[in-house]
Design a protein around this ligand. Structure first.
Ligand code: GRF
Length: 213
């Protein structure tokens, strides 16, 4: 058996509301996990402030700051190992994870995306653009997906997915808000599910092939 609390490293670039949902559930005990570090490529990211408020270690780390792609990957691995991360969660992280890190943490990196992947994923589908595309296509439902991360944007196998309706009169903003509310439940749920499998020593990636479990 591994130790009780899963150690989660969160990487975020933006406002960090998904990070907040994780921190809240860790604090109230609904999520048996601990955020061991929050890493951002953006020194102004509000996610860093949210982490500081909870007494969680923060690191501003980017390829620009590191000076090269190799130095960035090496430094990132060093942070993850020093903080004892079992799982990496990308919560609004706007950059690709270096291949060295994907290799070292295979099956242990989750990302949340505000659409029903494989639809509306990949380069260019981020932020409000995702919801604009869903509305332009006339889809009647959208949702959020937590998936395993590989070396491409939004391409790894889905882990957990939840749908929301697209309602008459929706704008990209109203749809974004409805999806974001679901994200705030889905991401902690996915971490909890990962933790169950991880503690048992089973390979969550293999067991969780189909979404909606
Ligand atoms: C979320 O919509 C997430 O799906 C996407 O980026 C957004 C991050 O929002 N990857 P926040 O920073 O957690 O508020």
């Amino acid at each position: 058996m591994k130790p009780d609390l899963l150690r989660v490293a969160v990487m975020a670039s933006g406002s960090g509301t998904n990070l907040q949902s994780i921190l809240d559930r860790c604090r109230d005990g609904r999520l048996k996990a601990v955020v061991c570090v929050v890493i951002s490529n953006n020194s102004d990211s509000y996610a860093l402030e949210r982490a500081r408020r909870e007494g969680v270690e923060t690191v501003h780390w980017s390829e620009k700051k590191a000076g090269s792609a190799k130095a960035f990957a090496d430094g990132l691995l060093a942070i993850l190992r020093r903080t004892g991360a079992d799982l990496i969660v990308l919560a609004g992280y706007m950059k690709l994870v270096p291949i060295e890190v994907v290799a070292a943490y295979q099956g242990r990196i989750l990302n949340i995306h505000p659409a029903l992947l494989p639809k509306y994923g990949g380069k260019g589908f981020y932020g409000i653009k995702v919801h604009e595309a869903v509305l332009a296509a006339g889809d009647t439902e959208s949702g959020a997906t937590v998936h395993f991360v590989d070396a491409e944007y939004d391409r790894g196998p889905a882990f957990l997915q939840r749908t929301v309706p697209v309602l008459p009169g929706d704008t990209p903003d109203t749809l974004r808000e409805r999806v974001l509310a679901v994200e705030h439940e889905l991401l902690p749920d996915a971490i909890a599910k990962f933790a169950e499998h991880y503690q048992r020593g089973s390979n969550a990636r293999i067991e969780m092939k189909s979404p909606n479990h």
